[in-house]
Design a protein around this ligand. Structure first.
Ligand SMILES: [Zn+2]
Length: 320
């Protein structure tokens, strides 16, 4: 008999979040582990994934045979059938077969999808977008992920490679993006883009509270919250610029897909989402047609840091 526990993972470049769900879909154990310093090598990621899962099983007193399935979201373009991360703009992962070591270690089915596709699925099944049929999502973190649910189905394009909303080019002569292109939404609006703006201003003698907080090209979302509360002018400009481009991107997506709802999630939104939403709402009407704008809601994600974990659970539920 197959096991009854599902193990869900949110695999990031700096940390791995894990949860065990029971058969009622409740989280009964959770664990977060950092990958080692500069630890975005594939060996290190595998080691941390295996240690997160093993430790959770031990602490929750669950045997390998009691696992029903394991599922994960990870950043990048992912071949879901093969369980291979083809390309990840902000990490050195290329054609990385992440599924084999996990399947070998735990002997359970393993499913993986793009983290924000999975996160939007989580919000659709268990969070802010429940009951809607057409959903677009922007997740603002180190990078900018995107996800689309069209007519009640996760839309991922040819071989799961689509819905890269963060890489729509908004200015072909804009700042360089992790994908190699210039002027992508991500390069303006994600933490990397905002951090680059803050460093550029610092080089012109305009210091910000966030300047010294920037590590590996990004500040921490909590530090951004502090800087904004203190009225830091450069941090405020970086956020205004981020929201301006997010409003343009949101307007484009509204015109193209006419979603019922657009949700905003990720670490930055978790920290300062009300402010982001307020600024985006102020501008978005300029960039889409009123007749389409009239029927779309804009909301913050409801599951916070757990969107991807619940989305991974949804992937398992869909597989049966
Ligand atoms: Zn890009």
């Amino acid at each position: 008999m197959a096991g009854k526990y599902n193990i869900c993972l949110d695999i990031g470049g700096t940390k791995i979040l894990g949860a065990i769900f029971d058969e009622k879909g409740e989280i009964i154990y959770r664990l977060k582990k950092k990958t080692k310093e500069g630890g975005d090598s594939t060996e290190n990621v595998e080691e941390v994934i295996i240690s997160v899962v093993s430790e959770m099983l031990k602490e929750a007193d669950i045997k390998k045979k009691d696992i029903h399935a394991i599922a994960a979201g990870a950043p990048g373009v992912i071949d879901q059938d093969a369980g291979v991360i083809l390309f990840s703009p902000n990490l050195p992962w290329r054609d990385y077969d992440i599924a084999s070591p996990i399947r070998d270690q735990f002997g359970a089915p393993f499913y993986i999808g793009n983290d924000v596709n999975v996160g939007v699925l989580g919000e659709y099944k268990h969070g802010a977008a429940q009951g809607y049929h057409n959903v677009a999502g922007f997740f603002v973190g180190t990078g900018m992920g995107g996800g689309l649910i069209l007519e009640d189905k996760l839309y991922t394009g040819h071989k799961f490679k689509g819905a890269e909303l963060g890489h729509m080019v908004l200015n072909s002569e804009g700042p360089l993006c992790g994908c190699g292109q210039r002027g992508c939404l991500e390069a303006f609006s994600a933490k990397k883009g905002m951090s680059a703006y803050i460093l550029q201003q610092a080089s012109r003698g305009r210091e910000s509270m966030l300047t010294s907080n920037i590590e590996n090209g990004v500040f921490k979302s909590k530090a951004l919250k502090k800087a904004l509360a203190a009225g830091d002018p450069v941090a405020t400009e970086a956020v205004d610029r981020s929201c301006h481009y997010l409003a343009i991107a949101t307007g484009n997506i509204i015109n193209i897909f006419s979603p019922d709802i657009v949700i905003f999630g990720g670490g930055v939104i978790e920290a300062v989402g009300d402010l982001f939403l307020e600024k985006i709402l102020k501008e978005v009407d300029r960039y889409c047609m009123p007749s389409i704008r009239n029927t779309v809601e804009l909301k913050k994600a409801a599951l916070g840091d757990d969107s991807i974990l619940y989305g991974a659970l949804s992937m398992i539920e869909e597989k049966g």
